[in-house]
Design a protein around this ligand. Structure first.
Ligand SMILES: Cc1ncc(COP(=O)(O)O)c(C=O)c1O
Length: 498
């Protein structure tokens, strides 16, 4: 299945879309009608591919813990778990001689915490981490926790790279902090604007200044090809990377770290327990040298790892270049359609001519309707249009604040002080629409039509809601009750009674 023709790819993509779990889900809306839910919250978590349910249900009868070959189930599980590690390496183009992949507890967050703790111990004399202002808190707080200083490089505030990481400022920080820099850690793709960063250029820069690069690939891995090693210029290789399986169509799966082995070798692993030791005596123990075992203390999430590798196998077969192209088209359409609506502000550079440049967008976009609180827009999109989006600051408060302040600057001249304050209050957040391989042009059109309808009828919609103390909005007459749709306890009772 390696060299699929374009028609085959289109057919396969359609099959993956149609079989996504929950793609045809219907909810009853505030209008009383029932309609198909349009899921535009993939940046938080993707839906599950039907393929994953199929493959995992076939695996489950064989399920067993790994770490032994004493019986058939353990042998089979060990083979499949090994396959999962190898699949991850090949998915991110990491040479298995140099790199290892291991699974960690909680998504990218778990991975970045592990890397920060390990690198702090491995290179204790280097006390500074350089990151950017556009990072998710998960690619910021772990460095703050384990290092003396974290430098937050700003993003470009104007021009074609608006919202993109400022390479010049990274270089300045490298010059300023010299050999104290342990590593640079940047996101591959922003979870707010979908802006893609030039991670290979940043790698080149990091290596020229004799330091390392860590890429937060939480929003990159499902949408664009990743090439950790094998660059013609090896300085462009990526040293460490973390990603989340639940953002890659396998919600039950763990986080993953892919790293150069030498960076984790020669020190005691920061997590210890069963499965990672050679020898244990009452007064000492000896960790094993083998990767990835030495980084996987305890019983791993074997099922989740196989689920994730299953998706990676399918995406690889389809081709990440193909997926990138398809999704770029969708996001471009979405930005284009929203930009045409007078009352809408789309954040980040929206110039289509920069598509091949640094600020290419993928996966997500964030916007506001002028004069409307982001929380209200999100509630209306859900209650009246069955469009699932997310709002607020998306765990990236510094970046969201910077973008909003920038926007405020442009109109500030025309507003009174009171109006300025009201505006700042209103726009302390954004609405984010994010896309996965199961979204198509009809979803984009539905979003644009819904936003246009809201803009045309702002007063009507505003009257239907009241603001509640936590900042969200409650519909005055419509109440969503989830219990009849699903309750785990009720399902258990039904099963036990049957
Ligand atoms: C860019 C980015 N990094 C890190 C994370 C954290 O991922 P997780 O919650 O899977 O640990 C997210 C989650 O949204 C993200 O968008």
């Amino acid at each position: 299945m390696n060299s699929l023709q374009i028609n085959d790819k289109t057919r396969l993509l359609k099959k993956l879309r149609q079989t996504t779990v929950g793609i045809d889900l219907e909810y009853r809306l505030a209008t009383g009608e029932k309609s198909r839910r349009i899921y535009l919250d993939s940046t938080a978590s993707t839906l599950q591919l039907g393929l994953v349910s199929d493959v995992i249900s076939k695996y489950m009868p064989f399920y067993s813990n790994t770490h032994t070959s004493a019986h058939f189930g353990a042998k089979l599980s060990t083979v499949e778990f090994d396959w999962a590690h190898n699949k991850v390496l090949s998915f991110v183009n990491a040479d298995p001689e140099t790199y290892t992949a291991f699974f960690v507890g909680s998504g990218t967050t778990g991975g970045i915490n592990r890397i920060a703790r390990t690198l702090r111990e491995k290179r204790p004399q280097r006390r500074v981490v350089i990151t950017s202002i556009m990072e998710h808190h998960s690619n910021d707080l772990p460095h703050r926790r384990h290092f003396d200083q974290v430098v937050h490089v700003p993003t470009q505030v104007s021009g074609s790279d608006l919202g993109c990481i400022d390479l010049g400022r990274i270089e300045k920080a490298l010059q300023e902090h010299g050999d104290n820099v342990n590593y640079i850690s940047v996101t591959g793709v922003s979870n707010v604007t979908g802006i893609k960063n030039p991670v290979y250029d940043i790698a080149d820069l990091a290596h020229r200044y004799n330091t390392l690069i860590l890429v937060d690939a939480a929003q990159m891995a499902a949408h664009v090809p990743i090439k950790m090693s094998g660059h013609e210029n090896p300085a462009r290789n990526i040293d460490m990377l973390a990603l989340s399986g639940h953002k890659m169509y396998a919600p039950s799966s763990p986080g993953v770290v892919i790293t150069r082995k030498d960076l984790f070798a020669g020190i005691e692993p920061v997590e210890v327990g069963g499965g990672m030791v050679e020898d244990v005596h009452i007064n000492r123990y000896l960790p094993i040298d083998n990767f990835p075992d030495r980084e996987e203390a305890g019983t791993p999430n074997i099922v989740g790892a196989i689920a994730l590798a299953t998706v990676m196998h399918a995406l690889q077969t389809l081709g990440m270049d193909f997926i990138d192209q398809e999704e770029s088209r969708i996001i471009r359409q979405a930005i284009d359609k929203l930009e045409r609506i007078d009352d809408v502000i789309v954040y980040g550079n929206t110039d289509p001519n920069t598509d091949s440049g640094k600020s290419k967008r993928i996966g997500a976009l964030s916007f506001n309707i002028k004069g409307m609180d982001h929380a209200l827009t999100a509630a209306i999109l859900n209650d009246y249009f069955n469009i699932s989006v997310r709002n607020a600051c998306f765990c990236a408060q510094p970046y969201v604040r910077e973008m909003i302040t920038d926007e405020l600057g442009e109109i500030a001249d025309h507003l009174t002080n009171e109006e300025l304050e009201a505006f700042a209050e209103l726009h302390r957040g954004m609405v984010r629409a994010s896309f996965g391989i199961y979204n198509d042009s009809t979803d984009v059109q539905a979003l644009a039509d819904a936003v246009q309808t809201i803009c045309n009828n702002q007063e009507f919609y505003q009257q239907q809601y009241e603001k509640i103390p936590d900042g969200d909005y409650r519909h005055k007459t419509f109440n969503f009750d989830c219990t009849p749709l699903f309750s785990a306890a009720a399902e258990v009772d039904r099963w036990l009674a049957s």
